[in-house]
Design a protein around this ligand. Structure first.
Ligand code: ATP
Ligand code: MG
Ligand code: MG
Length: 341
């Protein structure tokens, strides 16, 4: 059978590997660090993204390359792409690796983001703060996740600095956060899962609930916006689109060119979940039936939440997913549960 190469061996790569093997594919993971996906993939290359020989061998051993991590260095991607196709494509990666290019892209296709300014260096901060006013959030342009690399400014005289090129965002007074997990097939077919309601704590996703309880017209708008994004990028695969619900309409917070934490509920709520949907798309298969047939709450198990696992394993209507990571440090995503409501 065919082999799917996956850049990144975290929990998303792990769940992609499981979905791929269920469809008869083999997976080969490329991961520079510790790899929770390693024990379910058929093969693992544990090497840095600077190791050209390892990259060549990896690409040569697979039929198509996908990723669960969007911060792969450009030089590594150039080399890989000279050997095998990368899905989703390079443009999707380039756009979403940098919060500034991402916001320029989103506003360029007519969508609304938080007001933003490029803060290339610390010297640009006072002017940006004066223009946008407070409250505001400074975010590193690259590499941030789970709220890392972000500083919240309560007043316009704050001078804290992230230490790297950043964007300043005006604070959005949202009534809710939702996300659309959207998929686009190699033939251009687009399908979206039911948008979920997300609750964050300390910058980290805690729960996603479906149905969201929000008006259907608003959810339809969200899906149409996500479809516009994947079409504009000629995207193949699953994408997570995070949105803020405001009185003035929907605002796109950020996009992730991969399967997304807020889509984990699909494992318990749909015949075909986001991981299988992504594998189908990158393998050139038709997209599957992602219609929601259950009400689900997904809760992340973070750090000491792991103490609750014995009790969760006994609970009815609860699906437990553990990532096989070693130590349960504070703020570390160790697993999740899908609770059928
Ligand atoms: P992820 O793990 O989702 O990739 P991230 O580190 O990229 O997280 P963001 O999604 O940018 O972080 O921000 C994390 C959370 O902080 C958001 O879900 C939202 O709750 C809040 N937040 C971010 N930007 C804004 C904003 N401009 N206005 C209000 N709240 C915001
Ligand atoms: Mg993010
Ligand atoms: Mg986010």
């Amino acid at each position: 059978g065919a082999t799917i190469g996956i850049l990144g061996g975290g929990q998303l790569g792990r769940m992609l590997s499981v979905a791929a093997s269920r469809l008869g594919y083999r997976t080969h993971i490329y991961e520079p660090g510790a790899a929770p996906a390693g024990d379910v993939a058929h093969r693992v290359t544990n090497a840095p993204y600077e190791d050209e020989a390892a990259l060549r061998a990896f690409a040569g051993s697979v039929d198509v390359i996908t990723y669960e991590f969007e911060n792969v260095p450009t030089a590594a991607l150039d080399l890989l792409e000279s050997i095998r196709p990368i899905r989703p494509n390079r443009r999707a990666l380039a756009v979403s690796q940098d919060r500034l290019t991402e916001k320029d892209f989103l506003t360029g296709i007519g969508l609304t983001t938080a007001p933003y300014r490029n803060v290339e260096t610390e010297a640009d901060l006072p002017a940006a703060l004066a223009e946008l006013g407070a409250p505001a959030i400074l975010k590193t342009r690259r590499m941030g996740y789970d709220g890392k690399g972000q500083i919240r400014f309560k007043d316009a005289d704050s001078r804290d600095w992230t230490g790297a090129p950043s964007v300043l965002e005006g604070f959005v007074d949202f009534s809710a956060e939702i996300s659309v997990i959207v998929a686009r097939g190699a033939d251009g077919q687009v399908a979206a899962f039911d948008p979920g309601l997300n609750v964050h704590r300390e910058g980290i996703l805690r729960t996603t609930t479906v149905p969201s309880g929000l008006p259907q017209a608003l959810l339809t708008d969200a899906v149409l916006m996500a479809a516009r994004i994947v079409n504009a990028l000629d995207y193949v695969g699953v994408m997570g689109v995070e949105l803020f619900v405001t009185p003035g309409g929907l605002i796109v917070n950020e996009i992730a060119p991969r399967v997304h934490n807020s889509g984990h509920w699909t494992q318990a709520g749909c015949a075909v979940d986001q991981f299988e949907q992504h594998i189908r798309a990158v393998a050139g298969l038709p997209l599957g039936d992602g219609q929601r047939y259950a009400d689900v709450e997904m809760e992340n198990l973070i750090g000491e939440d792991m103490d609750r696992v014995p009790e969760l394993l006994r609970a009815p209507r609860v699906q437990v997913h553990l990532y096989g990571k070693g130590e349960a440090r504070p703020g570390r995503k160790m697993g999740h549960v899908n609770r059928l409501l």
